[in-house]
Design a binder for this molecule. Structure first.
Ligand SMILES: *Cc1c(COP(=O)(O)O)cnc(C)c1O
Length: 405
């Protein structure tokens, strides 16, 4: 279904091509029909066979079925800011905020903004504009696509007080920097790289002894510890260690919609919530609906993928390869990764169907688009992030791609 202007634009373009003599006049209708978009949104659903669980270019976490249903329900008029019993205005997003409080009892205050970067900007603006943020040189990270945390923080008018070195920072470095200008100490989780060798960093528990608020950017949105990701910091542990505020993303290991979480001290969170900038960072009803459903519902697809048993992935890969009679397809063991969203360096045993590299383009541009990863001249379709009910669709896509290439 397309609106009139969209159809008209396509027809006009086809007529223009005919005027330029690129196509014959009698081909205008066919050319226009061929150029019509498949739907009013150009975003396409894709099959993530890359083996990267949280792929930023693929929209990070896919929503769970209950979150999708909640988004659809909230899309119309909804009681997002109204109490239906009293008929009066109610706190916006109270359901999602309550669900966050239940999920992280250590957080007396909770607030939600558009993404992790927005959460940091709000904290820096409200607590440190015109003052200093103390941060280790080893934690001045680039998030991705050229965006750097130091530049983001300085854009708020806060000054960065860098301490320590790239590989080692001690409690005494922080202690020497604390002064009347300190807004807060920032602890950033290096979520997309690993430093090894002669290194040391200071724990939140030790930083919390210095008498100024500690803000911890844990990145991934892991709310409580999970044995699958032993090195990944979580919100509950970080708050219990003494952080005044934790910031995190909603669409990484939380497995929900793009959002930024601010969890922690009730008074601090209230200051952030009342800051004028908060209004510019507020989330819409769709995000609130998806976030609440993710928190209250069954484990989202991100965790289903993280917990998938290698033996089962192997069986699926073998079945898929068997279904590809005339294609050069082999079953191969691979290492999947969590991705930019967390747990850098961690590899998850996984299984893939290995195909000729030339199938990468036709698979990517087919329907549905299937994205694998190319390794040593072969295209690997890693099944860890592929929902099992899509295996048949993937087999059909591979057969079609093999025929046409
Ligand atoms: C991902 C990440 C961010 C940015 O979060 P967005 O939700 O992408 O804005 C900030 N800090 C850390 C440590 C991260 O991992």
């Amino acid at each position: 279904m397309l609106g009139r202007p969209a159809v008209k634009a396509v027809v006009n373009a086809a007529q223009e091509r005919a005027r330029r003599g690129e196509i014959a006049p009698e081909e205008v209708a066919n050319a226009a029909a061929a150029a019509l978009p498949q739907g009013p949104s150009s975003l396409r659903g894709v099959v993530n066979a890359t083996g990267v669980v949280l792929h930023t270019n693929l929209g990070r976490a896919p929503l769970s079925p209950v979150a999708i249903a909640a988004v659809v329900k909230a899309a119309g008029h909804t009681d997002v800011e109204l109490d239906l019993t009293t008929g009066r205005r109610a706190r916006r997003g109270r359901g999602a905020l309550d669900a966050l409080r239940v999920a992280v009892p250590a957080a007396a205050g909770v607030h939600v903004v558009n993404n992790g970067a927005a959460a940091l900007v709000l904290a820096a603006t409200a607590l440190a504009a015109g003052r200093e943020i103390i941060v280790s040189r080893g934690e001045l990270v680039e998030i991705g696509d050229g965006f750097r945390l130091p530049a983001l923080l300085e854009s708020t008018g806060a000054r960065l007080r860098e301490v320590g070195t790239t590989n080692r920072t001690a409690l005494a470095d922080y202690a020497a920097a604390v002064g009347p200008d300190t807004g807060f100490i920032l602890k950033v989780h290096p979520s997309n790289f690993v430093v090894s060798g002669f290194t040391s960093a200071v724990d939140v528990a030790d930083l919390a002894t210095l008498g100024v608020p500690v803000v911890a950017d844990i990145g991934s949105g892991l709310l409580a510890p999970d044995p699958l990701l032993p090195d990944e910091p979580d919100a509950a542990t970080t708050l219990n260690a003494g952080a005044a505020l934790v910031t995190a993303s909603g669409d990484k290991l939380l497995g929900g919609p793009q959002a930024g979480l601010l969890l922690g001290d009730a008074d601090l969170v209230e200051r952030l919530r009342r800051h004028p900038l908060a209004r510019a960072l507020r989330v819409d009803k769709l995000t609130l609906a998806a976030l609440e459903a993710t928190l209250r519902g069954p484990e989202p697809p991100t965790w289903v993928a993280l917990r998938a048993a290698p033996a089962q992935l192997r069986v699926r890969a073998e079945r898929l390869a068997d279904a590809l009679d005339d294609v050069d397809a082999e079953v191969t063991r691979t290492a999947a990764v969590v991705g930019g969203g967390g747990a850098p360096g961690l590899e998850l045993e996984s299984w893939a169907v290995s195909l000729p590299e030339r199938l990468a383009l036709p698979l990517r541009t087919g329907e549905p688009p299937v994205l694998g990863r190319v390794e040593r001249g072969r295209l690997l379709l890693d099944l860890r992030c592929v929902p099992p009910d899509l295996d048949d669709a993937v087999a059909a896509a591979v057969r079609k791609a093999a025929c046409t290439s």
